[in-house]
Ligand binder design. Structure first.
Ligand SMILES: [Zn+2]
Length: 82
């Protein structure tokens, strides 16, 4: 049996995370069907903001891959050594 997180719980966690990183003004979180869409707010120069908040992201120099999670970057980097 697959345990599913309640979307409201996940949403709250994401919003809490964005708040702690002071990103709530830059990024909107939209619940849609079974997914949660996270995207920059309309009209926001997200790339500039991203630049300012670079320390938040882990980046792979190969193809500009970016992630919030160090673990994900490590996994991503493995594909370069296959
Ligand atoms: Zn890469």
């Amino acid at each position: 049996m697959i345990r599913r997180l309640k979307k409201s719980v996940v949403l709250a966690a994401i919003k809490e995370f964005l708040k702690s990183k002071k990103l709530t003004e830059d990024i909107q979180v939209i619940p849609k069907d079974d997914a949660i869409i996270i995207k920059p707010r309309e009209g926001k120069e997200f790339k500039e903001n991203l630049e300012q908040k670079k320390e938040l992201f882990f980046e792979c120099s190969h193809r500009g891959f970016m992630t919030l999670y160090e673990e994900e970057l490590r996994t991503h980097k493995l594909i370069h050594y296959i």
